[in-house]
Write a protein that binds this ligand. Sequence first.
Ligand SMILES: [Zn+2]
Length: 241
Amino acid sequence: MPPSAAMRRPHPVGAPGPPPAASPAPARPVSADLVDTARGGGRVVSLTFDDGPNPADTPRLLAVLRRHRIAAVFCLWGEHVDEHPDVVRRIVRDGHTLCNHGMRHDDMGSWSPERIAADLRETNDAIRHAVPGARIRYFRAPYGAWGRTPAVAASLGMRPLGWRLAVGDWEPPGTDELVRRLLDGVTPGAVVLMHDGGGDRGQTVDAVDRVVPVLRARRWRFTLPARGPALPRTRRPQTPR
Ligand SMILES: [Zn+2]
């Protein structure tokens, strides 16, 4: 955990945000159903990275993803966004998709919708302070403690983003073991949860660099997570397979 990140926040709550011209269109409600599947059929997989930005490992991961021409999802920790806005700008510049992962990585499992909404808005404000007008398509609950967060996130235009495979890279178990867990655990359509922040994630970056060519040789494709159209709640789409 970063020490007293709040003291270093560059924009106090209530300060003027980005200019109106840069503000995104009002969020349209999206489905509150958790999505844990990748777009497309067959051997598709989505790579998602939590808890960044991290000034050491995120830029190295971005270089790996660029070299392999993969678009991923970055679930951003608001305090880390405030500390390293330049890294967020690099993530966006490289064409990746953003996901709100909460301001302080709190367990929101027992929170009221009002408290959840305040946290999610604060996180989005931090992201848009770094990147005015940024699209933030997903929300992922810290610790997977979803509680009442899916409906709140959906009302703010963010689809709740689950996962089908986590590889325990927070341990961290060693690059060889991560490679093994990824290759053994991947299933068609899986959203895969890894981490580029919250600690030394060098093993994760190295494992991604090694696994991608192997999966490509086995005819896997890397896609973004599925995201249903904005529909009235009465017409929720089926979760795509
Ligand atoms: Zn997390």
